[in-house]
Design a binder for this molecule. Structure first.
Ligand code: IPM
Ligand code: MG
Length: 356
């Protein structure tokens, strides 16, 4: 199969980890007879430096005409003081919105070899952790109207959090369908004791749950969920939640497994095109040192093969290769354990590619 992939390395460690994912994709293309064409696009701070904007119109067009998008990470302290309209993160939000990527899937899985990297005690994670956060990605407070105004001599800032029934319903459907393919257990997370948007969210999810009688459905409040994720993470299978709650809970969930560097994500629309990226940031403190963990990005590339290109076998091959490399004791610094072999970012990519 021939696929064209928009590749957006971005800032900080972005280019390093993307290079390793491309190395692995090339090996897949070779082995399974596919052709992947990569179109590189600047995004974030590097684009601000070159063009004065975090993504150019041409760059956006390349993303829109691609079969899928692979992203590293954006942002860094160098661009923190840019005006809000040209902040590095703005480009990421713009791509999500323009490509209508409303469903963000963030799996958290405890790799058995890495259990000791988890900050949680053995008895808490003993039941295993394999959960999936389905985060609404193009609505809510991220995209609602914002302003800062002077009222009675002081600045007052407002961010509006709107959600329509149809926006809630479409992410709800993705969550129920995903739960059907997993363990048929879905927790919808909201703040219905306070927020109007959450009350509509809950009402809509309840209506949908009648259509999926096989799914064991429950509601939970976001504060209590934050607590339960630490207390008893094994109880969760699929969690569905709005944009900002999903942002926060997915960082928390990723740490249950020890390293955010391992976690991939997929942002999907109703068609097959998606955007795939590790959930970690650009880690400017270790940029250029070739010590970052590329596995989150490599596993994101695997998700791209599965969800956008319908290449389940190839995706599994990558996941198995990652498993084997960990089993053999190779580790980047962030997941280093006693008696393991410490490798660089590029060595890790090569090890995975060679296992394919
Ligand atoms: C994420 C990130 C982004 C978000 C930032 C970089 C805008 O934290 O993908 O989780 O908040 O969505
Ligand atoms: Mg985040």
């Amino acid at each position: 199969m021939k696929k064209n992939i928009a590749v957006l390395p971005g800032d900080g460690i972005g280019p390093e980890i993307i290079a390793e994912a491309v190395k692995v994709l090339d090996k897949i293309a070779d082995k399974y007879g596919h052709e992947f064409e990569y179109n590189y696009v600047d995004i974030g701070g590097c684009s601000i430096d070159k063009y004065g904007v975090p993504i150019t119109n041409e760059g956006m067009e390349i993303c829109k005409s691609s079969d899928s998008v692979l992203l590293g990470a954006v942002g860094g302290p160098k661009w923190d003081n840019c005006p809000p309209e040209i902040r590095a993160e703005k480009a990421l939000l713009a791509v999500r919105k323009e490509l209508n990527l409303f469903a963000n899937l963030r799996p958290t899985k405890l790799f058995k070899y890495l259990a000791s990297s988890s900050p949680l005690k053995e008895e808490v994670i003993g039941g295993g952790i394999d959960l999936l956060i389905v985060r609404e990605l193009t609505g809510g407070v991220y995209f609602g109207a914002k302003k800062t105004e002077n009222i009675d001599g002081q600045l007052v800032a407002t961010d509006i959090m709107p959600y329509s029934e149809s926006e809630i319903e479409r992410i709800g459907r993705v969550a129920f369908e995903t739960a059907m393919k997993r363990n048929k257990k879905l927790t919808s997370v909201d703040k219905a004791n306070v927020l109007e948007t959450s009350r509509l969210w809950r009402k809509t999810m309840h209506r949908l749950s009648n259509e999926y009688p096989e799914v064991e459905y429950s509601d939970a409040l976001v504060d209590s969920t934050a607590m339960q994720l630490i207390k008893n993470p094994s109880q969760f299978d699929v969690i569905v939640t709005e944009n900002m709650f999903g942002d926060i809970l997915s960082d928390e969930a990723s740490m249950l497994t020890g390293s955010i560097g391992m976690m991939p994500s997929a942002s999907l629309s109703s068609g097959t095109r998606g955007m795939y990226e590790p959930i970690h940031g650009s880690a400017p403190d270790i940029a250029g040192l070739n010590i970052a963990n590329p596995l989150g990005t490599i596993l994101s590339a695997a998700m791209m093969l599965r969800y956008s290109f319908d290449m389940a076998e190839e995706a599994e091959a990558i996941e198995r290769a990652v498993d084997k490399v960990l089993d053999e004791g190779y580790r980047t610094g962030d997941i280093m354990q006693e008696n393991c072999k410490k490798v660089t970012c590029s060595e890790m990519g090569t090890l995975v590619a060679n296992k394919l």
